[in-house]
Design a protein. Sequence first.
Length: 310
Amino acid sequence: MSEKPGIYRDFHQVDLSHLIALLNEGRIDPVIAENLIQYWEKRLEDKKDAVYSRYIEYYLFFESLRALFLAVFIFDMKTGISGHSYGIYPALGPAIHAAISGGLQNESGAVDFELNGKSYALHYLRSGYQEQRYAIAALGLKGQPIEDNLKRLKYVFERFYLPSSFSDDSRVALLFADTASLITDMINPSLARKEPVTFAYLYFESLTKYVGIAGENFAQGLLDELQKDVHRVLKDADRSLILSTREILIVSLNCEEDVIKKRFADAYFHAKSLLLSFQVNFFTVKTPVTDLHLLWDSITGNVAYKRKIG
């Protein structure tokens, strides 16, 4: 992993000292520890594994390694079907869904889960927006402080696994790898003609507070109006993608950075009479792109991590 810059930068440097400590204290079965290590090694050795190409897989792998999740499932709450799973117990999906179903009216929680005569902690979080409803369930050792790990996992899932777009006919696919493919297909013809392509990454204040204040329909109305307002500064050759409820990526073909900067110099965006705070980062590419992952930090400027707004 060290040969390729990490999407989340330092996660590839995680060591196993926490696992060794649990082994020495007798808090984890040596067989389970060995199964975990073999699982991690198998996935890392396969360079075609999705952990090397997909945001959610990369993040889930290393977050789970840190938290020592034995299994993670992401369930569609409408159907009960798992759309994503991770860990050494892939066959536990139905049993885990059944175990958390009774508590899914709560936003989060934990229940005891028996496996091979031993008791584990089964944590869950609800997720989703509008008509999409999901539950993230993680099976781990009892007594492990994994709440922050789960919160980060939920954030990444909602950010990269549930994007929408301005219209149904340009809807972004479910996973970042597919979004990256869509973007590279969009920009490479221009780049092959030696025409520059400039990205404008917009990071808005969170709309979550408006859900609590005025309800989800009001928040959705904010998003609808914000989408329309952003188009005021766009030209015909520009494309726009919503990456999450607070991230919009503008792709400007045959456009230098100084041109798009001038367009945004005095720009402001509002919705339902509310002036929304935002940050913007610009980045220009001039040669065809084969791997958008390698450029993502430059495109976003990591503004979401440098200075929180809203």
